[in-house]
Design a protein around this ligand. Sequence first.
Ligand code: ZN
Ligand code: ZN
Length: 125
Amino acid sequence: MLKRKKEINTERLDKIVTEAHRNQAVREHGYREQALKLYPWICTRCEREFTRENLQGLTVHHKDHNHDNNPTNGSNWELLCVYCHDNEHSRHLDAEYGELTSNDQKQSSSTHTPFADLKALLNKE
Ligand SMILES: [Zn+2]
Ligand SMILES: [Zn+2]
């Protein structure tokens, strides 16, 4: 009985995970397709031109750095080659690569407590 119940739960979880992945893939595929239809296949920064053969090197950047903001008129999209896209993100650590930034902040604020000892000393007096 127990074993059977567990199997069902795992199956359900698998389904949820698969669905989430599929939705994400569809969504990402969706806006890239739209952006490529909307704009010429040229990197907006370095003006490198792309063809069907090397199109995988052209990526869609979100101007406001929010992947979920995808207006159909393309106002939040910018086509960048992978190099310029990398560049853009090393200058602005943001929502797209934001996990790293927020972890760093958390770490530094928890280790950086210069007044903790001072406070303890003052309390002693
Ligand atoms: Zn470029
Ligand atoms: Zn980007």
